[in-house]
Design a protein around this ligand. Structure first.
Ligand code: ACO
Length: 334
């Protein structure tokens, strides 16, 4: 007989952003753009940038400390650390291993997870499996990015969009019927060329020619990704809701990936979810890829917006192409 499934939920959250703010008017001095264009087309007013010498594991560390304190969990209690990122300190070793040492999480396994902007939801669903089977009891899941290091600061199509930051959640067993109720993960690799950093791995060695062509920087077919996103985000959310036996009307809080306010508005229209149920912080932080959703989750939790029993929905999409959503019944006491 299979062991009884244990429900997994968020025990604590935290987020961290670097101090340096890059405003739209700063960008006006760097490329041919305007505050009005950026706000109207994206909803972004400013974003944060990490110092050159700061790796992603440092942002993850700061967010992790806050989440552990919020959860009342010590680093020694952690069984597993998963860092969702596309901007790890290096290809090898993982940012999660570096973070494990930095935290002093002596008993934790550690690995990175690569699913771009969908990464935190992917990682949360992995954590839920280990907790459901009783294998692990305390799992730290982090979305962290230093995208500013890969942005082409001469390309106005992309440089206005991205920012740096980290968001973290500690998952553990929760009361029966609470925590992650359902999730949906997906990928369509036929869209792999639409968004990514072409020369960042084993396909292209970094040569002067690669640097001249700026292939070590973020490239994106913005309109194609936009079209994909407005279909994919509502579709994945509806699949998760169906698996949870719920409908859009049951959602108390919806945290979409913060890529573009127009994508979020299109999703709101398709799903008929009222705007006051959306948690949106894109204006302050821009698109922080895997960190966007956990930053918004931690910020809203820190403001005391969630109450025990609330239905909190997360949905992301991004490079891969990938998409992911999950439905949680908030388990934490106020
Ligand atoms: N300032 C001023 N003008 C600009 C800028 C800018 N920063 N960027 C582009 N333009 C111009 C273009 O050159 C174009 O000019 P043209 O008509 O003379 O050719 C015009 O504005 C319109 O360009 P579009 O690309 O059609 O602009 P659009 O409204 O599609 O907005 C954007 C572009 C914001 C990139 C949008 O397509 C988008 O948000 N796409 C989705 C991005 C996304 O969701 N990524 C998520 C995943 S991220 C991840 O996984 C890491």
């Amino acid at each position: 007989m299979l062991p009884k499934k244990i429900d997994a939920g968020v025990l604590g959250t935290g987020f961290y952003v670097p101090d340096r703010v890059l405003t739209n008017s700063d960008l006006e001095k760097m490329v041919d753009t305007s505050d009005a264009w950026i706000v109207e087309r994206t909803g972004i007013h400013e974003r944060r940038l990490a110092p050159d010498e700061t790796p992603v594991s440092e942002l993850a560390f700061q967010a992790a400390k806050r989440a552990l304190a919020d959860a009342g969990t010590s680093p020694e209690e952690l069984d597993l650390i998963i860092v969702a990122t596309l901007t790890a300190d290096c290809v090898c070793p993982s940012a999660a291993s570096i973070l494990q040492d930095r935290l002093g999480a002596k008993h934790a396994a550690a690995f990175d997870l690569s699913a771009a902007c969908s990464g935190f939801v992917y990682a949360s669903s992995v954590a839920a499996q280990f907790i459901a089977t009783g294998v692990y009891r305390r799992i730290l899941v982090i979305g962290a990015e230093t995208l500013s290091k890969y942005v082409d600061w001469e390309d106005r199509n992309t440089c206005v969009l991205f920012g740096d930051g980290a968001g973290a959640a500690v998952y553990g067993p929760v009361e029966e019927g609470y925590g992650i109720r359902a999730f949906d993960l997906g990928s369509d690799g036929s869209g792999a060329d639409l968004l990514g950093i072409p020369a960042s791995g084993s396909r292209h060695m970094i040569t002067e020619e690669i640097i001249r062509q700026r292939l070590n920087r973020i490239h994106m077919a913005g309109q194609e990704v936009f079209r994909f996103a407005v279909r994919a985000m509502p579709a994945t959310l509806l699949r998760s809701l169906e698996r949870a036996g719920l409908s859009p009307a049951d959602i108390d809080w919806f945290i979409p990936h913060q890529a573009n306010i127009r994508i979020i508005q299109a999703a709101a229209k398709r799903l008929a979810i009222p705007p006051e149920k959306f948690i949106i912080n894109i204006g302050k932080y821009g698109n922080v890829s895997a960190a966007s959703i956990p930053m918004a989750l931690a910020e809203a939790a820190g403001e005391g917006r969630f109450h025990k029993g609330d239905i909190v929905a997360l949905a992301g999409f991004g490079a891969g192409l990938t998409w992911a959503s999950c439905i949680m019944k908030w388990a934490k006491e106020d």
